[in-house]
Design a protein around this ligand. Structure first.
Ligand SMILES: Nc1ncnc2c1ncn2[C@@H]1O[C@H](COP(=O)(O)OP(=O)(O)OP(=O)(O)O)[C@@H](O)[C@H]1O
Ligand SMILES: [Mg+2]
Length: 278
């Protein structure tokens, strides 16, 4: 199902010297709760280059969202370094971080996180207002057109389907032309048809605009549409694999449930080859 296995935290999948958009080095995250400490991330190092389309998989509680929050500069690691576009984010103040989030990162969440009483166009304009840039309405309209919502500019979230709401959220994430789009289970609350539409948009943005995209999914079928799959378990990278021939959203039939479950079991727990991880 995937390409050749890479050793955990080992050699980069590509030997290109092109600069990494995301470069994290030995990141740890520990939560301190009174007497109890919980080490959620245990030394994660990753390089993600411009134009890569990466999915992060792993069992519930393995640290995927914790890692995404650090990648998104929403949270700081306990130790380790994080270079975003070559800039050391782990040394930044809260106000500098807020600026980085606004300028360099686009977020897409599982539950869309749209403002309930705000029309689509306005939702997409908001990050531009925070950034203080001109031509906001024009840019917001273009972003909504890019996700196929040019006819829904003045709709409220309640007047849109789940898939359309997620597309508004994608337009909001891409309108600032971020260095990277981070999405935590963006298709998790969607039916399979809407999920496919959302995947088509991510694939097109990645292909046409080389937008670096990282997203979390529990769904191996969705992961097979990306170029690289990183597996976490207990706060560590246990596999980092190229997808040899990524699927094109909407082209192939989804395999039967049994095949899918077998796939996720093997990929998550054994990284596809049991003997390499025992
Ligand atoms: N603020 C916090 N304080 C204490 N523990 C936390 C905190 N946030 C997360 N955790 C713990 O860290 C671990 C990893 O959580 P995380 O949300 O990253 O998992 P996940 O891989 O995203 O899981 P899921 O697939 O269920 O979304 C869990 O055991 C969780 O209970
Ligand atoms: Mg999570």
């Amino acid at each position: 199902m995937f390409g050749r296995l890479q050793p955990p935290n080992g050699k980069k999948p590509s030997q290109s010297t092109e600069a990494a958009v995301i470069d994290i080095r030995n990141i740890t995250k520990t939560y301190f709760m009174g007497e109890v400490t919980l080490q959620v991330l245990r030394g994660i190092s990753l390089k993600i280059k411009r134009g890569e389309f990466v999915s992060i998989m792993g069992p519930s509680g393995s640290g995927k969202s914790t890692l995404m929050n650090i990648l998104g500069a929403l949270d700081q690691p306990t130790s380790g370094e994080y270079f975003l576009d070559g800039v050391d984010v782990s040394q930044m103040s809260e106000s500098e971080l807020a600026r980085v989030r606004n300028r360099k990162i686009g977020f897409v969440f599982q539950n869309f996180n749209l403002l309930r009483r705000t029309e689509a166009l306005r939702q997409v304009e908001l990050p531009l207002i925070y950034a203080g840039v001109p031509n906001r309405a024009k840019r917001a309209r273009a972003a909504l057109e890019a996700v196929g919502l040019g006819q829904r500019l003045d709709h409220l979230p309640s007047e849109l389907s789940g898939g359309q709401q997620q597309r508004v959220a994608i337009a909001r994430a891409l309108v600032t032309e971020p260095s990277v789009i981070l999405a935590d289970e963006p298709t998790g609350n969607l039916d399979s048809r809407s999920g496919t539409e959302v995947m088509q948009i991510f694939q097109r943005l990645n292909r046409e605009k080389q937008i670096t995209t990282v997203f979390v999914t529990h769904d191996p079928w969705i992961a097979r549409h990306t170029n690289r799959v990183i597996m976490l378990r207990d706060g560590k990278v246990v596999a980092d694999q190229r997808v040899k021939q990524p699927l094109i959203a909407g082209e192939a039939e989804r395999p039967s449930e049994a095949e899918e479950l077998q796939g996720i079991f093997e990929a998550t727990y054994y990284g596809g080859k049991k003997e390499e991880y025992t």
